[in-house]
Design a protein around this ligand. Sequence first.
Ligand code: AMP
Ligand code: MG
Length: 435
Amino acid sequence: MKEIPVNISTNTPDKKINVRQGGCDSNAMLKGLLTLEQARAKMLESIAPITDTIEVETMKTYGHIIAEDVLSPVNVPNYKNSAMDGYAIKSSDIPTADNQPFKLVGTSWAGKPYDGSVNANECIRIMTGAKVPDDTDTVIMQEHITVQDNNILISSGHKAEQNVRCAGEDIQKGATVLTKGKLIKAAEMGLIASLGLAKVKVLRPLKVSFFSTGDELKGIGETLEDGQIYDSNRYTIFGMLQNLNVEINDMGVIPDDREKIEAAFLTAANQSDVIITSGGVSVGDADFVKETLEKLGQINFWKLAMKPGKPLAFGKVNNAVFLGLPGNPVSVMATYYQLGLPAIHHLSGNKHYKQVITKARVTEPFYKRPGRLDFQRAIFSYDEKGELVVRGVGMQASHILSGMSLANCFAIIPAESGTVNPGEVINIQPFEGLI
Ligand code: AMP
Ligand code: MG
């Protein structure tokens, strides 16, 4: 699998993909719709990454983003040390004949260096990671020697400076180890610790507020009346935020009521960097979210050439970035991963966010009409040759959340494509690492 930047191609089908084209004029169908690529570009260019910094203890840095370049105050390793358990000698003593005797004069342990001198035809026992004495520069693996009384017998065939790790081999003093905008994960935590740094300057975590809108929504524990459903989007959104280092503010369900929606937006804008809502951004009669936003902020209402997820609102309420996701549960997830997540990473200062896309061979047809870029819910697996294959999960409507749970990837089918048949190759986006 390879990592590719977030600019997933939306309207140019991959040349290698032999996708069957439908009979409709897809350009006409796309009139007035924004491609995913266009929407993502507009979002990213309108968001200025945060600049506020905080200092965090090294053990608590996971998921934070480096705020300023980290330079190494030391060489790592900071002394010449052995890569093997063995015997250290001078390279000028490397034998040219077999079984040459060396006098054993001491031992260098990891953490307890040998502090004597080593003369010609002498050696010391040395452990992995132990300091190689200045008098020596070559380590013979213990498997390559013979012990005879007080002597160590070493044969020919060794190279000068073998099995020795130089000071600064990993990191040189003064080198830039981590750059601004780097997301800290396990390797970076260890790297910071290897420099002896107790704290690191990182960008402040974002505050994200979210709420659901809709008169039909009830909370868990409430009795459903006729025409009502449980609010699931808020739980999905809460789940989708878990992998991010953000402060989460769950504001519950707001009914389709002008004043309550307005109050919720103002509260959210006051206490957060990002506001995420679901529902109310299409053209239904009770969709006051749209009306309120038009009054309160600088909001764009987009019709995306993407399926699921046609209506989407994006903009600002006061200083907060606003993301108005559609109401249907699968549309919520698809638009969050394709647009919301890149936007949040960008705002948080992460300069290296990428999504993984790879190719898989289709084993069962993916039914589709030309028009919009499709993110169908699918299952990838490996065939008997170890190659990636993919099939759909069945029902693909945007309210079928169970399909998201059955799936392990999105099957990405280009806008112009019609039905994709077995044997054809498409792009897939695995959920692992994404969701
Ligand atoms: P809307 O965009 O508000 O018209 O919603 C579109 C569809 O998504 C409707 O069928 C809503 O009932 C459904 N929906 C909206 N919000 C939620 C939610 N929080 N949980 C589950 N379904 C929702
Ligand atoms: Mg609604």
